[in-house]
Design a protein around this ligand. Structure first.
Ligand code: A3P
Length: 344
């Protein structure tokens, strides 16, 4: 990717970063986090603690709190937000491709790297290399709920947010498979969680960055209040009309396709390169390499399973489906937000 197409940036890390005051701040976060309510985690070797209503791994939370105070959003930044298993990787590939389409697609970093390696993740940066957030491309990703985003994002009049969500039953099924596969990969000694147990946790809001419904609501409300700043969409709609959404995303990102690009079929090319079939078959995406050193067991291939709508029918009983649908209806009532299979 050529870098000259993006304005050179000042650092996104505050001047405190690296100084004694910063180290002291981290120490205080660690101490505070050690006092938070904990629960059994679905991820082996990870804890899960509750902070301001949401469940996090404590290292990610520490990193997120550091970012909350020390991250300086740039006016042109676009934040790719989502709860896990809702189409994060696909959305990131599409937006990355839209943003970098001035380069020949045959040179795209996505042919050899996951979007996770091309787009810095806010809450993981402090665990590995905080300077990664200084990447030139104005795209950053996060699973953090709206309320825990860095202050500089929430208070900005310029930067934008793109949020993808997914029907809760399919999200649950995708999450359950994901965590089971990680466990199976890591050790035969790690016990698997039954679908029933995982279902109970998910419905009680005890999933990574959950309660899932509250995660969605935070961004939904922000999109209703500031539609010009927050683009909210559903995995199901993206599947239904990928080309239409690629164009809408490009418009929202202030990177609309020119007439000439449309005639050359550039939006169609992006859709086709990132579609499940083509993309999951790239060597990099079939790889068993771990995405992050500090996230054992999460290999590239785990990010691709089926990519279907309605796969929950193969796993949930009618009663389970009704149970989740009832939560969805209750949580979203009077918000104006609906999911097709939850509407009675
Ligand atoms: P399933 O487990 O239902 O197959 P995330 O990226 O947020 O972890 O989401 C993972 C889900 O997105 C998985 O769903 C995965 O298969 C699906 N997915 C990944 N790439 C996709 C693509 N190009 N098109 C459609 N779905 C995709």
């Amino acid at each position: 990717m050529s870098s000259s197409n993006f304005p050179s940036k000042t650092s996104r890390l505050s001047e405190n970063y690296g100084l004694e005051t910063f180290k002291e701040m981290r120490k205080q976060y660690k101490e505070m986090i050690s006092t938070l309510p904990k629960r059994e985690s679905e991820y082996p070797f990870f804890d899960s603690c509750q902070y301001e209503g949401f469940w996090y791994n404590s290292s990610f939370l520490e990193s997120a709190l550091c970012m909350q105070q020390n991250f300086k959003a740039q006016p042109s930044d676009i934040f790719l937000c989502s709860a896990p298993k809702t189409g994060t990787t696909w959305r990131n590939a599409l937006t990355f491709s839209i943003m970098t389409r001035h380069d020949d697609f045959t040179n795209s970093p996505l042919l050899n790297k996951l979007p996770h390696e091309c787009i810095p993740c806010l809450e993981l940066a402090f665990l590995s290399n905080p300077k990664f957030v200084d990447a030139e491309l104005p795209l950053l990703s996060t699973h953090l709920p709206y309320t825990l985003l860095p202050k500089s994002i929430l208070e900005s009049d310029n930067c934008k947010i793109i949020y993808i969500c997914r029907e809760p039953k399919d999200t649950f099924v995708s999450w359950w498979h994901f965590t089971q596969k990680i466990k199976a990969k890591l050790s035969s000694k790690v016990s698997l969680v039954t679908l029933d147990q995982a279902f109970k946790w998910f419905c009680q809001g005890k999933s990574g960055y959950g309660p899932y419904w509250d995660h969605i609501l935070g961004y939904w409300k922000a999109s209703v209040e500031r539609p010009e700043r927050v683009f909210f969409f559903k995995y199901e709609d993206l599947k239904e009309d990928t080309l239409g959404y690629v164009k809408k995303l490009a418009d929202f990102m202030d990177k609309p396709f020119s007439k000439e690009e449309q005639e050359r079929g550039v939006p169609q090319e992006i859709v086709s390169r990132c579609n499940f079939e083509n993309w999951s078959n790239l060597e990099v995406n079939k790889s068993e390499k771990y995405i992050y050193e500090n996230l054992p067991g999460v290999s590239n291939s785990l990010l691709f399973r089926k990519g279907d709508i309605g796969d929950w029918k193969n796993y949930l009983t009618k009663d389970m489906a009704k149970f989740i649908d009832d939560i969805t209806l209750e949580k979203f009532k009077s918000s104006g937000l609906t999911f097709a299979s939850s509407v009675k």
